[in-house]
Write a protein that binds this ligand. Sequence first.
Ligand SMILES: *[C@@H]1O[C@H](CO)[C@@H](O)[C@H](O)[C@H]1NC(C)=O
Length: 352
Amino acid sequence: MPFSRRHAVILVAATTLILYLVRSIDYGSPASWGRFRVPGSVAERPSYTAAIVYLASVLPGPRDPAKLLASLPLIQKNIPWRHQWPVLLLHAGAYDSYENQVDFLDRLRGSAQGQNLTPDATEKLVNRIEFVHTDHDLPAGIPADGGSDGPIWDREWPAYHHVCAFFSYKIFSHPRIKDLTYYFRLDDDSHVREPTCFDPFEYMHVHNKSYAFRREDPDLGWVTEGMWPLVSNYAQRHPEVESTLDRNGWEWPPNRFWPNNFGQGQNFPSYETNFDLVKVPRFRTPEMTAFLHELASDPKRFYWNRWGDAPLRLAQVYMFLDVAEEVHELCEIPYSHKDQVWDDCACVPLPD
Ligand SMILES: *[C@@H]1O[C@H](CO)[C@@H](O)[C@H](O)[C@H]1NC(C)=O
């Protein structure tokens, strides 16, 4: 059959259509890659959820973010995140306005560039930031002028005390955090100094851990007044807590069953919670929740005696978790707090 005019029209139309289709594929977008993906290599969906948590401010006014801006780029630069989980900045009003958020993110870009993050890493970090308004009210019975009433620690009253109460128990019912599988708290003076070899959430998941800390160091007796008797009495009333403590090798100060002054002035073991990686459901069991309610029942513990979340986290872990099975010292992450460099250990990559 000779090549007719009709054939020519069909050929031109077909060529145009093919060129149009080829051009319309955007090779850069994940959706178009999906069309060519072989079965089995479909983007894996993690079987857990997680977030990094910083407490950016606890009082309504602005707070200088300089330290926070220095800390954030390091987590992006030095941790090989398998998943870009959100970074929650909990604030009590400093970032309510859109302008303040934009300004912060601009400064974060500047800080990231100053720390030699690639443009891609910088944008990844900026995209992870989530501002979460969180109020910290004085509990009933604690007057607003309480700082002049002689609490054991009156510096930074009540901001510091809000921080202690928040991390000791309130965080486990925070609406943005309570349904996560893991949270990883860092403070604005936390520095992931150098690269590490795994994503800490993946570590927790792969090894089935419930709590990871970076350093253990006792809290002083004068800021833990009443803590030893509280834990001791609680364990006496809850035999399963007593036996968990025993199994975990818990040690009491002398004279536990003498009537008065047990543990007075004695240091209390603590995890340094400026680095605090938690499997949330393990801190929301009915048994743990009952203990958190007990802690909350007397706010003077936090606002007058300046109890901190560091010794209380350790108490929670030893009272309710299996330390040998569930707890890991995450020394694989090179870390410093303020200007203090903490000891590291070798990092073994996770299996693929
Ligand atoms: C993982 O740890 C939990 C405790 O958090 C335990 O109950 C469970 O049996 C563990 N699973 C495996 C597969 O070891």
